[in-house]
Each structure stands twice: as C-alpha cells, then as structure tokens.
Write a protein that binds this ligand. Structure first.
Ligand code: IPD
Ligand code: MG
Ligand code: MG
Length: 282
C-alpha cells in the first residue's frame, strides 16, 4: 500500500532545505540577538522568520494539520500534542551556535499522529546533511542508511551532552555531577555539538554512543527521536523509564546496555513539562 504520509514527508524535506538556505544566508550577515526565558536563552529574527516560512508552506498544502513550533509557543501558542496530525518544528536548533556562527545548526521537523512520530527530518544546513526517518522504514543521511554504533562497552564510548541554558547554580551543580560520574566511568570522551537534534543524529550515525540532556523541549527532539530509533537506537528517560517527549528529558543511545550504565551515572532532576504551560493566548 502506498505510504499515506509520503507527500507530507517530501514536503518536510523540501521546506527544510529552503529553510536551511535562509539560515545559511543569515549566517553570512548580521544577526540581532534577543532573549527569551533567560539572558542566555537566545532567539533571532531568523528563528521567527524560518518558523513562519515552514508553517505557512505546510498550511497551504495541509490546511487541517496542527503545529507545535518553538517560536510560536514562545509567543503564546499552546504546546499540545493531540491525536491529530501535528508538525513539531524547531526552526533553528542550535540558536546559540547560529549567533556565534559555530557551524552546527539544524532545522528540525517532526510529524506525529496519535502522539506517535511518523517521520522526522533534521537538516544540518552548514554541513549540508539531510537526516530523515520514516517509522518502520529506517533512517538515512543524504539517502544513505544510518546505523548506530555497535560498541556496548561504556569504557570505550563517546557520550554527547549539553550544558543547556539554565544558569541556576543547583542545576549547574547537578549537570557537573553527572558529567563527573560519566567521565569517571570512564568513557573515551564527552562531546556536544550545541544542537540537541544534531547530537541525536550523531547517535544515529554511530559517531557517539549516547546523548542525554535535561532541559530539552519537544521540538528539539521529536524528529531526531525517530531518526535514532530507526537507526537501531534506544530512547529512554534519564531515570530509565519510557521516554516522554514532553518531559524535557532524554537519553538516546545505541543500546540498552549503554543506557543502563548512563542511567546510574546521571543525576536526575525535573523541570516543568512542555505541555504544562498554559497558553498566553486564548
Ligand atoms: O534553543 P535551540 O537552539 O532551538 O535548542 C537548544 C539546543 O538544542 C541546545 O543544544 C540544547 O542544549 C538546548 O536544550 C536546546 O533547547
Ligand atoms: Mg532547539
Ligand atoms: Mg530553536
């Protein structure tokens, strides 16, 4: 049977590529910086412009579909994942990188029905890498199949994580305790690309064995979560239960063995859920 969502996925790839051109062009010019939840939670006009570009272009083709977009939620739209077809958009994942022209930024577009991600598209535009996954049909980078690493010895693993944008001293202490525990397992190394979506695509590509972070949002990880699982990886909560994309926490790895070792090392904490914030607009 023909895939009912193939045309939506093709559209996502096309619009992600167009958005990538806008982002790469903007990287060559001035980038005025604004702040959101804190002085280190950054946003630019390009984030807003790219989100509008994606939403408008999807609306023209799929007028009944719903959206969860990072910048729309920041502007007061609700962050609700219903059973309806929903596009989950991060127009620039890695805005801090974008502001500093650190060359890892991605456009992330996930598409969910019945709260399940059906396809995911992550375009790392400076690298010109188009990561795609369709549920049940594998994960790809520029058309080449992806496979997670087969390394199950944590002592020989590379782990990706991020410091996030929370500067509360207690939170920062917990982040450092986790890092200390992981470095002393020991592991080969700890890395961070500055983009949750790219970190997860690195797991899917077999370049790092795992990525974890507390503080991410659903738009950072929705698309890449499918890319990881379709590449043979495992998704979990940082305390070891089922992953919940609204919970602000994620652990993505190549295997259950690695996730179980990391769960013991990560110092967990909780943040308000993405779907807990009441919308500012009625
Ligand atoms: O704000 P944004 O650049 O779209 O997304 C952020 C990036 O993915 C960053 O690497 C991660 O540490 C944050 O948790 C995300 O919110
Ligand atoms: Mg993001
Ligand atoms: Mg973003």
């Amino acid at each position: 049977m023909a895939d009912p969502w193939q045309s939506a996925m093709d559209h996502a790839v096309a619009v992600a590529r167009k958005a990538g051109e806008v982002v790469c062009d903007a990287l060559r010019g001035d980038r005025a910086v604004m702040t959101k939840s804190s002085v280190v939670d950054l946003v630019t006009q390009t984030d807003q412009k790219v989100e509008q570009l994606i939403i408008q272009s999807v609306k023209e083709k799929f007028p009944t579909h719903r959206f969860i977009g990072e910048e729309s939620v920041a502007a007061g739209e609700p962050c609700v994942l219903s059973d309806s077809p929903t596009w989950i958009i991060d127009p620039i994942d890695g805005t801090t990188n974008f502001v500093h022209a650190f060359p890892f930024v991605a456009i992330s577009i996930g598409f969910a029905i019945n709260k399940q991600v059906e396809f995911g598209v992550v375009f790392s535009c400076v690298e010109d890498k188009m990561f795609t996954a369709r549920r049940g049909k594998g994960a790809f980078c520029n058309g080449e199949p992806l496979q997670v690493s087969r390394q199950e010895a944590v002592e020989q693993a590379m782990v990706a994580t991020e410091f996030g944008s929370d500067r509360d001293a207690d939170v920062v202490d917990k982040i450092f305790q986790s890092l200390r525990n992981i470095l002393c397992l020991p592991v080969h190394g700890v890395r961070g690309a500055g983009s949750a979506a790219i970190n997860m695509c690195l797991v899917a590509s077999g370049c790092v064995e795992a990525y974890y972070e507390i503080g991410i949002h659903v738009w950072d990880v929705a698309a890449a979560s499918l890319i990881v699982s379709e590449a043979g990886g495992v998704l979990m909560d940082v305390e070891g239960g089922d992953v919940d994309l609204m919970s602000r926490r994620i652990l993505a790895a190549n295997s259950k063995t690695i996730t179980e070792r990391l769960v013991k090392a990560i110092v967990p904490f909780s943040l308000p859920r993405d779907d807990a914030t009441p919308p500012k607009k009625s």
